[in-house]
Ligand binder design. Structure first.
Ligand SMILES: [Zn+2]
Ligand SMILES: [Zn+2]
Length: 302
């Protein structure tokens, strides 16, 4: 499975027993990424058996405590446990200043380097890529500057159809061309790429959108995502509260999923006013069928 997502905290604002504040661990093509890091995240990593020294990247959506107060503890523990590998942290302006200031005042000298990258975009923008994945950021609408992220596989070379290699006696050169997605041109005619390969597979992707009002442009930015996490802090009975605090209702989240044509929607960041998630789930289901409400420790495989 190229995408393995562990929900570390599914709640909002304050951690409560059974529902930590926002954090998720994403493994996409063996790139290990922590997304947001609310208070208590390092304990949730232990609880759900995620090896935290293997985290290479941390993405912070915004500077509200329930999304980043766990960073100091996690970064310190990584050092106390002897980490030597650099850690790349992507987040809003000011995050580096807060973190470095905290460690400076407490005279903490980390055993490894922190590399910060500021995310600040008005449209969807590529913020990281390597030979296997691409990561995009896009602006959300909250009370402070806040970004969502799209983590996406790069296209993989098509797999050869072994029967066709024999049938057409393909040469090594022809196989290499087909693996690049090219057609095979012979004097006797052209073999189309999809006649000799199993075709190019769809690139899998994960979209993360939390702490936001309804954003009309969002579906365009995350079109066709394999999995979408969207916050649903409130039900529509509390629309006024959602608007005032810069959050979404379950119906808003489902509308985004429907318009973006995503394959699966998961909801989180629930207000503690709701005893269970039934009302939120029913409201979303009326708009978009393939939806679940997340719990701490849930794992989603794509
Ligand atoms: Zn929040
Ligand atoms: Zn917030």
């Amino acid at each position: 499975m190229p995408i393995n997502l562990t929900i570390l905290g599914s709640g909002s604002a304050v951690p409560i027993l059974g529902r930590g504040v926002t954090s998720q661990h994403l493994n996409i093509n063996e790139r290990r990424i922590l997304i947001d890091c609310g208070e208590g995240t390092q304990l949730q990593l232990r609880r759900f058996k995620v090896k935290f020294q293997r985290i290479q990247f941390i993405f912070i959506s915004h500077l509200h405590g329930d999304h980043f107060l766990g960073l100091f503890g996690l970064v310190s523990s990584m050092s106390l446990l002897g980490r030597t590998k650099n850690l790349r942290i992507f987040g809003p302006e000011g995050l580096e200043e807060i973190v470095r200031h905290q460690f400076k005042l407490s005279q903490v000298y980390l055993s490894y380097e922190l590399e910060f990258e500021v995310i600040d975009c008005k449209e969807k923008a590529l913020v990281f890529e390597d030979n296997s994945i691409e990561i995009y950021a896009f602006p959300l609408k909250h009370r402070v500057k806040c970004h969502g992220f799209l983590f996406q596989e790069k296209p993989r070379p098509p797999k050869m159809n072994k029967d066709k290699i024999k049938e057409y006696s393909l040469t090594l050169e022809e196989i290499l061309a087909a693996r690049k997605g090219e057609d095979i041109i012979r004097e006797t005619g052209t073999l189309l790429n999809n006649e000799v390969t199993h075709g190019i597979e769809k690139c899998l992707s994960y979209a993360y959108c939390t702490d936001t009002r309804f954003v009309a442009k969002l579906p365009k930015w995350i079109e066709g995502a394999s999995l979408l996490y969207h916050e649903a802090t409130f039900t529509k009975a509390h629309t006024d509260r959602a608007k005032a605090t810069g959050h979404s209702t379950a119906e808003d989240a489902a509308t985004i999923a429907k318009e973006a044509n995503v394959e699966q929607l998961i909801l989180g960041h629930f207000s503690t006013r709701y005893k269970d998630t039934e009302g939120l789930l029913d409201e979303a289901k009326a708009v978009f069928k393939n939806v679940k409400c997340v719990e701490d420790g849930d794992v989603y495989l794509v």
